[in-house]
Design a protein around this ligand. Structure first.
Ligand SMILES: *Cc1c(COP(=O)(O)O)cnc(C)c1O
Length: 402
């Protein structure tokens, strides 16, 4: 029997088309042909979860007290570990009962926050490019997205002054993310002060995604939204264990900030999920207590790869400034190629997978995202293949065509 009498809900139909279809097809084909793919397309850290965290999980797994449904709101002990960590990093006190909530990965919380707070037609301000759930969550909730196009001449920062007054007046939520995926841009503390003032003036809920809180380099320390006086009145911030601790598969994240907003999200989640397996919360707690020497190691690993790839791409004509954070390089496409064409071209000619920038919204057109998720040997092999295939950046031609 055919199923064409069952149609998906409008909220699914309204989602922007999945931009990777053709790329995925080619990836599968290349794999079938036994091609040695170098996949720098995903945001999936390649390292192992730290040993003490795995050990804590094994121990907690053997404790039957952890085998039942976990508490909806997360274990008290993990919530306390979150607020203790937060205080250690940022010097800000949070109440572990009402101002911190564990999540099944931050993506889950970012998406569900939209469902908890957006009514059909509500205006949501979302940077473009941005991490997909920042706009897909609001679209699923029926929100009306107002794109804030990010530009290289503004160092990929949101230009708050360019938001028309009538749009700001109507906006209910603003999602943002620095250090940024995909652009790797960072925002100075003054930017955070400005965005808090903006949100307070227009009564907008600020949703900051600080996924790369600790993947920062050369001594740079990213700003947390809640460090800014008054931010807790109007904002929440999402964190994840996935990137810093190589725990992407464990699905553990958390949100901190305004208690009313967190209460709304908790109410929605109570009706949809049971939270995180308690054994994994015990492990995540251990991760947050790891000594800073662990962070130093992770940061060194990404810095080495960053420097290696920036130098290698430099030899091929790209001038990419050293990134201060994240595990990405945001690389302009040569010769005014579209990001999809360039990504497909690179894959076909070299077997290297990069992500077309338009996957992150129209503001990402003209760029590709390259993830630093392979060691320098593999990155070197990727560069070697680029060289052989004649893939380079002809900035001369691009500037003369403008
Ligand atoms: C990877 C990533 C996430 C997802 O984190 P999970 O906790 O694994 O769901 C969220 N936001 C940004 C910006 C990311 O890059």
């Amino acid at each position: 029997m055919s199923f064409d009498w069952i149609t998906t809900a409008e909220r699914i139909k309204k989602l922007p088309a999945y931009p990777f279809a053709r790329l995925d097809e080619l990836k599968t084909k290349a794999r079938e042909q036994g091609l040695d793919l170098i996949d720098l397309g995903m945001g999936n850290p390649d390292g192992a979860t730290p040993e003490p965290v795995v050990e804590a999980a094994v121990k907690a797994l053997r404790n039957p007290a952890n085998h039942g449904y976990p508490p909806f709101e997360g274990t008290a002990s993990f919530r306390r570990a979150i607020t203790t960590w937060y205080h250690r990093r940022y010097g800000v006190d949070l109440d572990s009962d009402s101002e911190a909530l564990p999540l099944l990965g931050s993506k889950e919380g970012l998406g569900h926050l939209a469902l908890a707070y957006i009514n059909p037609g509500d205006v949501v301000l979302v940077p473009s490019p941005s991490y997909p759930v920042h706009f897909r969550g609001p679209v699923i909730a029926g929100g009306s997205i107002h794109n804030l196009i990010l530009k290289p001449e503004n160092d990929w920062l949101i230009d708050l002054a360019s938001i028309p007054d009538e749009v700001a007046e109507r906006a209910k939520i603003l999602y943002f993310n620095y250090p940024s995926n995909p652009t790797a841009a960072t925002a100075p503390r003054e930017f955070f002060e400005e965005i808090v003032a903006f949100a307070r003036k227009y009564e907008i809920l600020l949703v900051h995604d600080l996924c790369y809180a600790e993947l920062a380099f050369d001594g740079y320390q990213p700003t947390s939204l809640l460090e800014i006086p008054g931010a807790k009145d109007i904002g929440v911030e999402f964190h994840t264990m996935s990137k810093t601790y190589n725990m992407a598969g464990w699905r553990v994240g958390f949100v901190v900030g305004n208690r009313h907003v967190i209460q709304g999200l908790r109410t929605l989640k109570t009706n949809l999920d049971y939270g995180i397996f308690a054994a994994l919360q015990a492990a995540a707690e251990t991760a947050l207590q790891l000594p800073d020497t662990y962070l130093y190691e992770v940061q060194q690993r990404y810095m080495t790869r960053r420097d290696f790839l920036i130098r290698g791409l430099g030899d091929l004509g790209w001038k990419i400034p050293a990134t201060k954070a994240t595990m990405y390089l945001w690389v302009p496409c040569p010769l005014d190629m579209t990001s999809t064409d360039f990504a497909l071209n690179v894959l076909q000619q070299t077997g290297v997978v990069v992500t077309p920038g338009n996957a992150f919204g129209q503001g990402g057109e003209g760029y590709v995202r390259v993830s630093l998720i392979a060691d320098c040997d593999r990155l070197g092999e990727a560069l070697h293949r680029f060289k052989q295939a004649g893939i380079r950046y002809e900035h001369q031609l691009i500037s003369s065509s403008q």
